[in-house]
Ligand binder design. Sequence first.
Ligand SMILES: N[C@@H](CCC(=O)N[C@@H](CS)C(=O)NCC(=O)O)C(=O)O
Length: 310
Amino acid sequence: MTDLLLHQYDSSPFSEKVRVCLGIKGLAWGAVDQPVVMPKPELLPLTGGYRKIPVLQVGADIYCDSVLIVRELEARHPAPGLFPSGAGGLASALAEWTDRSFFQAAVAVIFAHVGETIGQEFIKDREALSGAPFNVAAMKAAYPHMATQLRAHAALVSQQLADGRAFLEGERPGLADANAFYNLWFVRSFFPPAAPLFEDLPGLADWYGRVVALGHGQRREATRAEALAAARAAQPSATPVPAGEPAAAPGDAALIGHKVVVSATDYGRDPIAGTLVAASALRLVVRREDADLGAIQVHVPRIGFALAAA
Ligand SMILES: N[C@@H](CCC(=O)N[C@@H](CS)C(=O)NCC(=O)O)C(=O)O
């Protein structure tokens, strides 16, 4: 039995970010495969409504969003660290680049080509997720521009490697590598003919191979039933905010003990309702009572999530 359960699916790029971090740390974990589209009846009781993938589960504590998952892995299993050159502020901030404009370029390049082959179920699901039409003609029209964007993002990775270093922060791998890697992995996995957009960039292909070689730690397959049973059997952590995490904003701290709703502010905004039990500058922790599972603590990152009194 491992205590780390990652709700994921293999084709998920944000899950790949987390899998690479699990590899860097050499951790044992259980992969709980979840559906690629709604409904997700064995995920939502854990998250309280959050539907996106990945989600990390440790007993009755549920961590939404790859940014917070990675932060939690570092807090629980600090060695080897994800920040080989020291403090992790900048490497963590890279998610604002990799998870947004870099990711959007990767998505655009892939779906401009494979969009027409995608089934209606997936299209309808992603339209509901994003609140925008899945417009293949528009994606095709945008392709020449988005191809330049993808190459430009990859060129920044290449530039960072220009002094011959093995990984982005030096000789040891870290979160910066996982972040920069997963979008290129996404393109190479789903639309390999687009790889020439970036693989000629100096140092890039060798670095990519080094990140692949890090592996994913010790993965085993776990069932959704096992995950639900683990939540039922556990009590939420009494110390949900790791020591040393910076203090919450005063307005957030004032809501501790009150009924609240939290939701992502970009896409997949499904609200999570419960009692705010803890907060730091970087996370919010909401406690919920589920009729089947008992008490569950749902953690979300503060950046990119809204908090309101219920
Ligand atoms: N900010 C989130 C983004 C996660 C995300 O967009 N995940 C995709 C899959 S890689 C997703 O959930 N798609 C919809 C779905 O799987 O239902 C994170 O970093 O985890």
